[in-house]
Design a binder for this molecule. Structure first.
Ligand code: GDD
Ligand code: MN
Length: 376
C-alpha cells in the first residue's frame, strides 16, 4: 500500500480508440440529493474528460424526487443511469447493487452530495489501470489537509477517528481511512466477495477489504472532505451501532451475522428495561410486576429493533402498528412461559432478579426465531 500526494501532472490519457469499451462506472448512492444531481454530473464529466465512463445513481426512491431528476438527465445522456430502488433503504446495499450493475472493469463509489473531490477520479483510475492496484482509496487522513473545518463537527471528527482506529485493528490492510465512502476498485474484487457483504450500514469499503481472502494492492490518495452544500447527512447513531455489529461479524469471520448480533444487543437492553420495571412495580405482586415488565421490554425491543436491527426494512405508519401487533402476539406465547418459569423460580427462593432473568431468557430465543420471519 502507498499513500501519496496527488499527481499534479494533468497529462491524463487522451481520448482512446472509439472501439474500446467502457472503462469506468461511477456509482453514486443518493437519498434526497435532488439539488446536487446536475452539478455532480457536470463535475464528473469535467474530471473524466477523454475517458469512457458512465455514472449510475442508486436512489432509494427519495421523497424529494432525486430519481426523477436523474432520469431527466439520463433521457438525454446515455452515460447517466438511474437504478431506482423501491421498498429498500440503505447505503451499503445501494452501493453494492450499483457495483453489480456495472460492466466496466473499474468502479468508483462516490457520495452524491459533492463532499468527495471528483478531481481525484483520474488519479484513482491511473492507480488501477496503469499501476496495477486493486483498490484506490480517497483518504481524509493520509497527509493533505484532511477535512474542511466545517465539514465534520468536533464530535463527529472524534467519532470518525475512533471508528477508523477500531477498523484498522480488524483489517489486515493498513488503511488510513477505512471508513472512506470514496474509492475505486476492480469490479472483480467486489464480485468475488459479493455474497458475503453486508447490505446494511455505511461501511462498504471496510466490508469489501475485510471480506477478501487475499491481500489487496491498495493505493491511498489524500483529498479534502468538502462541506455539504445542500441536504443533510444521513449518518446517525443507528449507523454507528451497525458499524460495531459489522466489526464483530468480521472478527468472528462471519460466524455471527451483524443482524443477529444487533438483535442480541437489543435483547440485552430489553433485559435491563425488564428488570428496572420489575423492580419498581414489585409492590403490585410478583406476577403482575413480571407481566408488566415483560410488556415494557417487549415494546422497547420492538421499537429499537425496528429502528436499528431492521433499519433497512423499517416499518412505518400503519405497518408499524401491524408489526407491533404481530410482534406482541408472537411474544405473548413465551410471555405465558416467561411468567410461569419466573414465578416457579421465584417461589423456590432465589432473588427476584434471578427469577426475572430466567423468564426473559426463555422468551428471547423464541422471539428472535419467530419475529425475524414474521414481522420484518
Ligand atoms: N441509496 C441510498 N440509500 N443512498 C443513501 C442512503 C440510503 O439509505 N443513505 C445515505 N445515502 C447517500 C447520500 O445521499 C449521500 O450521497 C451518500 O449516501 C453519503 O451519505 P451522507 O449522509 O452524506 O454521509 P456522510 O457525508 O455523513 O458520510 C459519508 O462520507 C464519509 C467520508 O467519506 C459516507 O460515505 C461515509 O461512509 C464516509 O465515511
Ligand atoms: Mn455527506
Amino acid at each position: 500500500m502507498g499513500c501519496r500526494l496527488p499527481d499534479s501532472d494533468p497529462t491524463a490519457p487522451a481520448a482512446s480508440p472509439a472501439s474500446a469499451g467502457l472503462e469506468l462506472t461511477v456509482v453514486v448512492p443518493t437519498f434526497n440529493e435532488r439539488a446536487n444531481v446536475r452539478k455532480l454530473i457536470s463535475l464528473v464529466e469535467a474530471a473524466l474528460a477523454g475517458r469512457r465512463w458512465q455514472v449510475i445513481f442508486v436512489d432509494d426512491n427519495s421523497p424529494d424526487g432525486t430519481a426523477a431528476e436523474v432520469k431527466a438527465v439520463a433521457a438525454v445522456d446515455p452515460r447517466v443511469l438511474c437504478l431506482h430502488r423501491v421498498g429498500r433503504r440503505g447505503l451499503a446495499g445501494a452501493v453494492i447493487e450499483g457495483i453489480m450493475a456495472s460492466a466496466a472493469p473499474f468502479v468508483a463509489v462516490m457520495d452524491g452530495d459533492l463532499q468527495h473531490d471528483e478531481r481525484l477520479l483520474p488519479d484513482m483510475l491511473r492507480a488501477l489501470d496503469q499501476e496495477g492496484a486493486d483498490l484506490a482509496v480517497g483518504s481524509r487522513y493520509c497527509g493533505g489537509p484532511g477535512a474542511d473545518a466545517s465539514a465534520l463537527g468536533a464530535r463527529r471528527e472524534a467519532g470518525s477517528r475512533l471508528a477508523n482506529w477500531l477498523g484498522r485493528q480488524v483489517l489486515k490492510a493498513d488503511l488510513t481511512d477505512p471508513m472512506s465512502g470514496f474509492f475505486m476498485v476492480r469490479r472483480s474484487v467486489v464480485e468475488a466477495v459479493a455474497p458475503r457483504l453486508s447490505t446494511s450500514g455505511f461501511k462498504v469499503l471496510f466490508d469489501i477489504v475485510a471480506s477478501q481472502d487475499r491481500p489487496l494492492k491498495i493505493i491511498e490518495l489524500p483529498y479534502t472532505f468538502r462541506a455539504r452544500e445542500a441536504g443533510d447527512s444521513k449518518l446517525d447513531n443507528g449507523v454507528v451501532v451497525q458499524y460495531l455489529g459489522l466489526l464483530v461479524a468480521k472478527l468472528s469471520r462471519d460466524v455471527i451475522s451483524p443482524r443477529f448480533l444487533m438483535f442480541a444487543m437489543v435483547g440485552a437492553s430489553g433485559v435491563v428495561v425488564h428488570l428496572a420495571i420489575l423492580r419498581s412495580l414489585l409492590h403490585l405482586g410478583f406476577s403482575w410486576a413480571q407481566t408488566l415488565a415483560a410488556l415494557g421490554a417487549m415494546t422497547s425491543n420492538y421499537l429499537i429493533n425496528n429502528a436499528v436491527t431492521y433499519r433497512d426494512r423499517r416499518l412505518k405508519g400503519l405497518k408499524l402498528v401491524g408489526g407491533y401487533i404481530k410482534f406482541c402476539v408472537l411474544c405473548s406465547v413465551p410471555l405465558a412461559a416467561n411468567v410461569a418459569v419466573a414465578t416457579v423460580v421465584y417461589e423456590r427462593g432465589p432473588a427476584w432478579w434471578v427469577a426475572g432473568l430466567a423468564g426473559a431468557v426463555v422468551a428471547a430465543a423464541w422471539n428472535y426465531v419467530t419475529t425475524s420471519k414474521a414481522v420484518w
